[in-house]
Design a protein around this ligand. Sequence first.
Ligand code: FES
Ligand code: MG
Length: 590
Amino acid sequence: MSNKKPDLRSRKWFDNPDDLEMTALYLERYLNYGLTIDELRSGKPIIAIAQTGSDLSPCNRHHLELTKRVRDGIIASGGVPLEVPVHPIQETGKRPTAMLDRNLAYLSLVETLFGYPLDGVVLNIGCDKTTPALLMAAATVGIPAIAFSVGPMLNGYYHGSRAGSGTVIWAARQDLAAGKITADEFLDIAASSAPSVGYCNTMGTASTMNSLAEALGMQLVGSAAIPAPYRERGQMAFETGRRIVDMVHEDLVPDRVMTRKSFENAIVVCSALGGSTNAPIHLNAIAAHLGLPLTNSDWETFGYEIPLLVNLQPVGKYLGEDFHHAGGVPAVVAELLRKDLLPHPDALTVEGKTVAELYADFAILTPDVIRTTDDPILERAGFLNLGGNLFDSAIMKTSAIDDEFRGRYLENPEDPMAFEGPAAVFDGPEDFHKRIDDPALGLTEASILVMRGAGPIGYPGGAEVVNMRPPSYLIKKGVHALPCIGDGRQSGTSGSASILNASPEAAAGGGLALLRDGDVIRVDLKSRKVDAKVAQDEWDARRTELDALLATLTPESQSPWQALFREKVRPFAEGMVLDNATDYRSIARK
Ligand code: FES
Ligand code: MG
């Protein structure tokens, strides 16, 4: 016991000379499966592996295998690994939405990391919400933390063409609605897009958030993009385990890595990736837990002008394996560095070095998959931050706007950035599915689809339902997308022109609650304004009649957590964090 390090917090449990009785109690039960007194009292850092893999979480399930190599790395570097369970957050399996459980997994991991004898943590990230939940918890607890991606699935193929997660389903459902394919074919197409372990192989929320965890400096260089089944993934697991032990000795805590600088870098990388519209919610949340205010306006300021470099579905052509072979995140960051587009090359990473030191020498290996800044897919790929009488803040990913939409709405020479049309208002996804194909709605190619009651309070957690398709009678006429506005989210794997995450939401009395069918909405992207063209006195009068509507927009909670969540949740623009939770920071260091 001569080499023990008194600064390790696990010593308070396992080696407290003032209270041998408690030390004995804390120690003895960890011995009952084979750990020894000497291991726990030898001064070795005790490292948690926050395990998000399980049978309920197929995207992250491969972590169960990879964790063996993380353990090997921890032991090789002189640490003691303890695998700890994280509340499951499976994007595709959890009802009403996995987003509801992001904050629950966050809360429970905070208690776990804070309340047990842990000196550092490996965050097993992957499926959409696992990355933000674990980074939020690391921010609150403040012990050294390193993220480790499970990696994307291999490329999917259907009849020889790439079939990307989610994206192929959004496309095939149109063929199904138009009667071009059978229900069985539809399911076959879906299955073809999931060929192996790992998370979504498109640039949806998972690939975005795993890439941004690297861009924030929280993963080893190159860790984000390696496909789950590749040997390099297991090798990266070993290196990650080795590194966290050194990070504990160096006291390299999360708020030294995740700084204002690294968030601004991550926003820039998000644009270059064509990242998901869920990213602002999650990064704003992680930043809030670090005491760093980050807003949708920051996303526009730092991200909007950045070119789109990564040619991945849903915006582009390729999938996760292609991205890895093209050089992954390091190739993107190096290209941004070369053009001075990354605002803070001096930001620190978990490797204890700066972004410039670590990334400058990487090259793009497959030029059509990752473009150079001289030959981008799009000049401006970031998000616009919009506001008006319908909401204070909502974001629009202009890179997702397809050519058909551009032709129909945006190439009016008199006002190339503005369009308007009558609203078709749906109160939640069930209302949408019930009524969208009803010819009595009389939708035209000028209509704007609006979804409300889909925000954090209205559809507890905030549903990914704003990617609404046109009615089948318009699809048959060749209209494949209508503009959408909503207080819910959109799946990162879909690609329609949508104004999303409107805050405050209708169920909290936001302006969308006052909107009625047929009201003309004007969207002016140049002035960043979205307004219902309704006379002010009429608008005010509607507000006095709101109560009945708000009741229908907030259906009864189905579980205790839904009820607690709704009482405490902040709007999407503020990261959908829990009220007051952000008051607690680096609690393990107090
Ligand atoms: Fe889990 Fe996409 S559904 S990563
Ligand atoms: Mg998703």
